[in-house]
Design a binder for this molecule. Structure first.
Ligand SMILES: Cc1cc2nc3c(=O)[nH]c(=O)nc-3n(C[C@H](O)[C@H](O)[C@H](O)COP(=O)(O)O)c2cc1C
Length: 212
């Protein structure tokens, strides 16, 4: 077993109370941003955007929209993980152009890939498409939580907020975005009793089945 990985995962917990005086350094935040850029996604499309809310008054406005969970205002950083509402052929074309440039592939050699993508998105209703892109946002969440644990930065994944109200407060809908998850980041307060509680997890035998 790789103990460094397991140590990271045991160290982290969903922090309830942050030390509002402690801020993430710009160097660590750069690592977090680059880690977010490296999150994998279906087709490599990255139909996500991370809104980092640094503005204090905006965080105070968002607080009651997230059931007054104190992490919203006390954490060093608050990230609203958003995903696209719609994936237009233009978005697909931009992805193909990027891929063609980065990997030096002729655009015409990617046309079938693009057609397949457009055809699969065309089959989905607006609601199904939003659900599909939201799944991509959850991949970001798992990925970034481990990055933060490795940096010994606390993180709280949060679904407990009014998504429609966040979309309105941050003007997301008109930018083809929907809020999916919140991620508070920072440093645990010594008063957070949750930090010393043992992890509640099922035994391996209940969650892993090996088909021989
Ligand atoms: C998708 C997701 C949404 C969550 N939403 C909240 C939330 O809104 N507020 C909160 O305090 N914790 C939230 N949690 C934290 C979980 O309660 C916590 O991860 C779980 O109890 C396991 O504990 P641990 O993360 O401390 O190991 C959420 C976790 C996940 C993965």
């Amino acid at each position: 077993m790789n103990n460094a990985i397991i140590d990271d995962l045991n160290w982290r917990y969903a922090t309830k109370k942050y030390d509002s005086e402690k801020k993430i350094s710009s160097e660590d935040f750069e690592t977090i941003c680059e880690s977010l850029r490296l999150v994998p996604s279906s087709y490599g499309l990255q139909p996500v955007k991370y809104i980092v809310v640094n503005d204090k008054s905006m965080r105070e406005k968002l607080l009651p929209l997230a059931y007054n969970q104190p992490q919203i205002t006390d954490a060093s950083h608050l990230i609203v993980i958003c995903s696209y509402r719609n994936i237009s052929p233009k978005i697909v074309a931009e992805h193909l152009t990027l891929m063609s440039e980065v990997r030096s592939i002729a655009l015409e050699d990617l046309s079938k890939f693009g057609e397949n993508m457009n055809a699969s998105f065309a089959k989905l209703s607006a609601e199904e498409l939003c659900e599909w892109t939201a799944k991509q946002a959850y991949i970001s969440l798992g990925h970034i939580m481990h990055t933060c644990a490795n940096l010994r930065i606390d993180a709280t994944p949060m679904e407990g907020f009014d998504k429609a109200a966040f979309d309105e407060a941050l003007n997301l809908t008109s930018n083809n975005l929907q809020s999916v998850l919140l991620l508070a980041l920072g440093y645990r307060s010594p008063e957070d009793k949750l930090s010393s509680l043992p992890k509640v997890r099922k035994p391996l035998s209940e969650i892993i089945e090996i088909v021989k």
